[in-house]
Write a protein that binds this ligand. Structure first.
Ligand SMILES: NC(=O)c1ccc[n+]([C@@H]2O[C@H](COP(=O)([O-])OP(=O)(O)OC[C@H]3O[C@@H](n4cnc5c(N)ncnc54)[C@H](OP(=O)(O)O)[C@@H]3O)[C@@H](O)[C@H]2O)c1
Length: 219
């Protein structure tokens, strides 16, 4: 019998949540060659999803296992308890990249549950002060990931954050994914991006393009 010890490196990205965004982002990053762990409150469900997707580099587990990753991406609504989730795991996020995709929508998407003078991104950073929050994908509706190019052209992901190395880490992790990433400045700019996403949602519904729509800055 061999005495070989097998070392499995930790995932590069740990996704929390197997909803519309979590599954698609985990798939996208794994297809781009990253090691991704899709975490769920129900690891068996994550296991079935990962089994069906059969993407090399994509594995399944619990939230705790996803938190082992170098970068953590919670794909959970604030209205469903994202803040409380981060409170529970705050110490596990010290010095890690926290990729924040949250928009603070209420149940019927008609308004935000946070006041005007803040953003989901800033509220997350307050709860996990030792993590490096980078806001991204807030403006990308879930259906875009299924068919990301618009007439052959990638659309934009607006990226915000106050920690330059964390932003660079995010850009490096996102290489070979089918979007154009724009550095949209400081974390406070998430206020504008999240509100613009709410308007895009309303416009998309009235124009009949919801939920496959995104922005591309022209010029
Ligand atoms: N939908 C979009 O187009 C879109 C676009 C941009 C940003 N976002 C943001 O992405 C995040 C996730 O959105 P989504 O559309 O992917 O949401 P979703 O389809 O409702 O999935 C959310 C996931 O959160 C997990 N979760 C943990 N605690 C929960 C609870 N108490 N109740 C319900 N679910 C709970 C669940 O995964 P497990 O059961 O596996 O743990 C669930 O599948 C939100 O912050 C949203 O603002 C969404």
């Amino acid at each position: 019998m061999s005495n070989q010890i097998f070392f499995r490196p930790p995932p590069e990205i740990g996704v929390l949540g197997t909803g519309r965004m979590g599954v698609r982002l985990a798939s996208m990053y794994a297809k781009a060659g990253r090691r991704v762990l899709l975490g769920s409150r129900d690891p068996a469900r994550a296991g079935e999803i990962v089994h069906d997707l059969a993407i090399p580099g994509l594995s399944a587990g619990s939230y705790e296992e996803a938190l082992e990753a170098e970068a953590v991406l919670p794909a959970v609504f604030i209205r469903d308890g994202l803040f409380e989730l981060l409170d529970r795991y705050a110490s596990r996020l010290d010095n890690k990249l926290l990729i924040d995709i949250s928009n603070p929508f209420n149940e019927d998407y008609s308004d935000f549950i946070t006041p005007w003078d803040t953003s989901g991104a800033e509220e997350l950073q307050k709860r996990v002060p030792n993590a490096h929050v980078v806001g991204a994908f807030k403006n990308v509706f879930w259906a875009v990931f299924d068919d990301p190019l618009f007439v052959g052209t990638p659309s934009d992901v607006l990226v915000v954050g106050d920690n330059a190395p964390a932003k660079q880490q995010f850009f490096a992790l996102s290489e070979d994914t089918p979007f154009r990433y724009l550095d949209a400045g400081a974390l406070i700019n998430a206020r504008a991006i999240e509100r613009m996403t709410m308007i895009t949602g309303a416009l998309g519904r009235s124009l009949g393009s919801y939920p496959r729509m995104n922005w591309r800055l022209l010029g």
